[in-house]
Design a protein around this ligand. Structure first.
Ligand code: DC
Length: 255
């Protein structure tokens, strides 16, 4: 996957204090941060903000599985045809681009699919597609190629356990099912409420069970990850905690 992002932002991390300035320049450019957790735990919102604050890349691995799922649905592929799904993943060109306002767009074979991959048909089918070992192999390789360059915050389900087991910092975000459903429902409602909160909760429960129960790279915290329960925390508080952990990592490296 080509890495076509805007120029890296200049890094200023107020929460780290002025003394961090030197460290930020030297270390944060290469830091790798893995953020895993169940659907609706706030991973992507938090990961995006952390990446922006540190001036490093953000990679949404869930979007990659969603794009392959969209392509499979469009092609009418049966979701249990592992060979065909793997071939499809291997022949798909995925590219992330960041617009000047900071928004991330995912291009699949040159087409901006950022909106369509969030729609219900893809959300419904993505767990099945992402459980196919061959699909995972193709996408994990691409994610690892980007991870090796350093300077990245990656979010997903298996980043700390499989994709970047050597990540400098591993975070596992959780929140109660009710809170996650509430957040996801609010998010969906900004685009027009077409589902009830109960339906959203059922969908999250189904996806959690599927993602955590699959044979390959199931959703689970890495042994050396820091678990943050975000049920009663604001986005800012979660971001602040991760930035502090990044600072501690940085200080240890300097020390
Ligand atoms: O984070 P998300 O809801 O956009 O992810 C979509 C699906 O992709 C989700 O059901 C689990 C799967 N996924 C995965 O298996 N591994 C990842 N690293 C990221 C997402």
């Amino acid at each position: 996957m080509a890495r076509k992002m805007g120029p890296w932002r200049k890094t200023t991390i107020r929460s780290c204090g002025e003394e961090m300035g030197k460290c930020v320049e030297k270390k944060f450019g290469k830091i790798t941060i893995a953020i895993d957790g169940p659907a609706g735990s706030g991973k992507s919102t938090v990961a995006k903000r952390v990446a922006a604050a540190l001036g490093i890349l953000y990679l949404d691995t869930g979007a990659m599985y969603r794009a392959v799922t969209l392509k499979a649905l469009r092609a009418g592929l049966p979701l249990d045809d592992e060979a065909a799904l793997t071939k499809l993943a291997a022949s798909t060109v995925l590219e992330f681009k960041q617009t000047t306002d900071g928004a991330y767009h995912l291009f699949m074979d040159g087409e901006d699919v950022s909106a369509e991959i969030r729609m219900a048909p893809v959300t419904k089918a993505v767990s099945a597609v992402s459980a196919v070992p061959g699909v995972r192999e193709v996408l994990v390789k691409q994610q690892q190629r980007i991870g090796r360059q350093g300077g990245v915050v990656m979010d997903g389900r298996d980043i700390g356990t499989v994709v970047l087991p050597q990540a400098d910092l591993k975070i596992f975000l959780t929140a109660s099912l009710g809170e996650r459903a509430h957040r996801r429902w609010l998010e969906l409602c900004t685009k027009g409420c077409t589902v009830t909160k109960d339906e959203v909760e059922e969908d999250l429960k189904r996806r959690d069970a599927f993602d955590a129960g699959r044979a390959v790279a199931p959703l689970k915290p890495a042994a050396d990850s820091v678990t943050l329960d975000t049920t009663a925390l604001s986005i800012e508080e979660v971001v602040e905690r991760i930035l502090k952990l990044s600072s501690s990592f940085c200080s240890e490296q300097e020390g």
